[in-house]
Design a protein around this ligand. Structure first.
Ligand SMILES: [Zn+2]
Length: 275
């Protein structure tokens, strides 16, 4: 991305009474992110803090802001500039940004789909939210979906099912749904042999009932990399993978959650072709 404030957008008057006139470049030099944001006296203090958080959020899957940032790294951002009738300035949404961290470049462009949802993509149109496998195992059938209550086959009581069960032959490879770090690999009661992969941004995937675990705690894993083999360990009535997706510890519907990520990438590919 060249450092020209070329992204221009005109928006209608928002509920806040601010009108976005055109996008402008907020940052333009190789400086520390927070310092430069803090230096921008055109922005209200709460806006500077918000911009710093926005950047951290946009690049959360590429950069560990608690660890990777060093002096000499550079940041540039294009954001909407909102001006009220009496001249007060605020910044609106971040439209694009790029960073050089440890000599590696990262670029992000906001793209809004027809249904109004927006996300950030790199110059090749890949979602910055890395793609996830829709199913982390070659399964024969889905034997149980997420539900708020079902009769547990062993306990004989109604329990919530907080994941999805994929029936598959024992020994079938269980693959990491996305890039991440092995956060747990242990025997865990009803889960049997359990693997947990931490994907950053509070997202964790969980793989239970394995016959064999193929990774160690702290291992970096790539999307599609085998982390375990399907088994029948723990509270299980037949070989299957019990798979969970958690965001900040809260179980998500894995099918819906991972399909959402895939659709985001697909929608962009379609939009790119139409241009
Ligand atoms: Zn299950």
């Amino acid at each position: 991305m060249n450092a020209k404030p070329t992204i221009a957008q005109r928006r209608g008057e928002g509920a806040s009474g601010f009108i976005a006139t055109r996008a402008r470049q907020v940052l333009s030099e190789a400086v520390d992110l927070l310092e430069r944001v803090v230096d921008d006296t055109l922005l209200a203090p709460e806006d500077r803090v918000r911009l710093a958080w926005d950047l951290a959020d946009i690049f959360a899957w590429q950069v560990d802001f608690s660890r990777d940032i060093r002096s000499g790294d550079s940041f540039r951002v294009v954001a909407e500039r909102l001006v009220s009738e009496d001249g007060e300035v605020r910044f609106g949404r971040v439209l694009a940004g790029d960073m050089v961290i440890g000599g590696l470049g990262y670029t992000a462009y906001r793209w809004t789909s027809a249904d109004g949802s927006s996300g950030f993509y790199d110059a090749e149109g890949r979602s910055l939210r890395r793609a996830f496998l829709l199913a982390p195992v070659q399964f024969r059938r889905i034997s149980s979906r997420m539900s708020s209550g079902r009769l547990h086959p062993i306990l004989g009581i109604v329990r919530k099912h907080e994941g999805i069960d994929f029936a598959a032959d024992a020994g079938t490879p269980v693959m990491a749904a996305g890039d991440g770090v092995v956060a747990r690999r242990e025997w865990s009661g009803g889960y049997g042999n359990l693997v947990e992969v931490d994907h950053g941004s509070g997202l964790i995937t969980r793989y239970a009932h394995a016959s064999k675990i193929l990774v160690k705690q702290g291992d970096l894993v790539k999307r599609g990399q085998p982390v375990a083999q399907v088994g029948n360990s723990g509270r299980s009535t037949g070989p299957h993978l019990h798979f969970e997706v958690l965001v900040d510890g809260v179980p998500q519907n894995p099918t819906r959650f991972l399909a959402g990520r895939a659709n985001e990438a697909k929608a962009l590919a379609g939009a790119t072709r139409r241009r």
